[in-house]
Design a protein around this ligand. Structure first.
Ligand code: ZN
Length: 539
């Protein structure tokens, strides 16, 4: 009697099945073998599942039917498959096959690629074949893991590169995607300006051709994920750990930090305020009740049809204890007063130039004195870097436990971070005042250009800088702390606020004082006195 066989073909999407013949090809080959050897195929069974773990439904059904047939007294079936690894890649399934052979329930096995005979020797070989499949899987996944670790250790992200980067399959590295990186960078910069919503960024990306895989505009979550991915500043996350990548950063840390701050602040999408706040809102307090000064837009229609809009500033009158009756002030009038006040703090261009020269000399000296210390710190940081590498090595060699590794690693990384910050702080201390000083000189020089009706917002920023929140409005006059400022009229000679460090801030006060001294002492002496205020910038 002819032997009946189940034809069993299997191929999964697993990596290790990549090299295996397609299911169609397996079936063709198996049919040919059956014909050649005169075997009857009872049924062709196709499975598209991994054999790494037990639990393939078609395979299980096949074994059940094989058992059932013999229990019912029928003729035992055999199995026809491409290779033992099609039947089992795990020891449970392999064991079941061998048990069925031992108990005579399975008539035999035929493989085009593997010799098998139902003898102790044959079963021994089969066992090895199943075992080899298992070994192959184990070593493969071990190799994959090892490869990934090797990559991670080399600072190469082992996964799919994020948008703006590409996986270079030749060098196995992650490289900049020249076509897209600029767009991603612009998206970061756009969001850092804090006037775009995540939807706006998604639209911006979509217009530039960056979409989801099916060509749709990205959802907020996706954009938020991109904007918070540390990959773009040269790091990457792997198994919840942060690593320093070797890939080129696409975005500066500064921009990235700004973006994170905005993402943090905005839990929800931003809605535009209906009533645009006016230029000087948020600058002044009411001199009577201490509440904020707000603006109101009034539209006046004349009988001849002309329409005039006026902006008035007034107290919000939110103080319930004081009945406030401060008058309104027109924007033009307020602007005039603010402009005049600011001009008192301006720096003459020729002074500014001399100060800038002194500053560059100072800068040179500071740079030289810092260099030595920075060098020293650099060496310590390198040493820690070395230790980190050794630690990773011993972890990968399995000399130490993961927990110990993670603990030690974070200790070292934190140590490195503080050294870096120490070095930065020192540089900050020695040179940190130079940049604000330079900025201040430019600012003060710009104040000499302040004119009424110029850019109101610029003036507000300057006034905020000089006075903080110490500027009040009372009876249509500007008040600096407790002192009254009659806009336009000049200050009385010797009243520079030397005692008050806060009103206005020291360096600005010094500048105003210098203006007032100018008539009394030679100009050169005033100038020399100015750099004496340096320490104010140290903080
Ligand atoms: Zn008030």
């Amino acid at each position: 009697m002819e032997q009946k066989f189940f034809l069993y073909a299997r191929k999964s999407t697993d990596v290790e099945d990549k090299q295996v013949l397609s299911i169609e090809a397996q079936i063709t080959e198996l049919r040919a073998l059956a014909k050649q050897e005169g075997l009857i195929i009872a049924e062709e069974l196709v499975e598209k599942q991994s054999a790494k773990i037990p639990g393939r439904p078609i395979f299980n059904q096949m074994l059940e039917r094989i058992e059932k047939v013999t229990v019912e007294g029928g003729q035992a079936y055999g199995i026809l498959a491409w290779h033992p690894d099609r039947l089992a890649r795990n020891s449970v399934d392999g064991g079941r096959i061998i048990f069925l052979l031992d108990s005579g329930k399975l008539a035999g096995l035929k493989f085009p690629t593997f010799w098998f005979e139902n003898t102790p020797q044959g079963k021994f070989m089969l066992n090895i074949a199943f075992g080899q499949s298992k070994y192959y899987i184990d070593s493969l996944s071990e190799n994959v893991k090892r490869g990934m670790r090797q990559k991670v250790r080399n600072g190469i992200y082992p996964g799919l590169a994020p948008v703006g980067y590409l996986n270079d399959f030749k060098t196995k590295n992650v490289v900049i995607d020249k076509n897209k990186v600029e767009i991603v960078r612009k998206a970061f910069e756009l969001y850092a300006q804090n006037n775009s919503r995540l939807e706006d960024i998604a639209n911006f990306l979509a217009q530039a051709g960056i979409t989801t895989r099916n060509g749709k505009t990205m959802k907020r979550d996706r954009v938020s994920y991109i904007l918070s991915n540390p990959f773009y500043i040269g790091f990457f996350r792997f198994r919840k750990e942060l690593y320093e990548g070797r890939h080129e950063p696409a975005v500066s840390k500064k921009i990235f930090d700004q973006v994170q701050e905005i993402l943090r602040q905005r839990g929800r999408p931003h809605h535009k305020v209906k009533n645009e706040p006016q230029a000087y809102c948020g600058l002044l307090k009411c001199g009577t009740c201490g509440m904020g000064i707000t603006a109101e837009v009034k539209v006046k229609k004349q009988q001849n049809g002309n329409v005039h809009t006026y902006v008035y500033y007034r107290c919000t009158r939110k103080n319930k204890l004081i009945h406030c009756s401060e008058p309104f002030i027109r924007q033009e009038a307020l602007d005039l007063k603010i402009s005049c006040l600011l001009q008192k703090f301006s720096l003459k261009p020729d002074w500014a130039e001399q100060l800038m020269q002194m500053l560059s000399k100072e800068k040179l000296q500071a740079a030289q004195s810092t260099a030595a210390f920075v060098q020293e710190t650099r060496i310590s940081i390198d040493a820690i870097q070395h230790k980190l590498q050794r630690l990773l090595d011993s972890y990968l060699e399995q000399d130490i436990e993961r927990e110990t590794y993670l603990k030690k690693k974070s200790q070292l990384m934190l140590g490195k971070k503080s050294l870096e910050e120490q070095s930065l702080r020192l540089e900050q201390k020695r040179q940190g005042w130079l940049e604000p000083m330079q900025k201040w000189i430019k600012q003060a020089e710009n104040l000499s250009n302040i004119r009424p009706e110029g850019n109101l917002f610029e003036k507000k920023v300057a006034a905020k800088e000089i006075f903080g929140s110490n500027l009040a409005l009372s009876q249509k006059q500007l008040q600096e702390g407790g002192r009254l400022w009659a806009g336009g009229k000049s200050e009385s000679g010797a009243s520079a606020p030397q005692s008050a460090k806060t009103l206005p801030q020291m360096h600005w006060a010094a500048l105003r004082a210098a203006h007032q001294k100018i008539s009394k002492i030679p100009e050169s002496l005033v100038l020399v006195a100015l750099p004496g205020i340096e320490p104010e910038f140290g903080g």
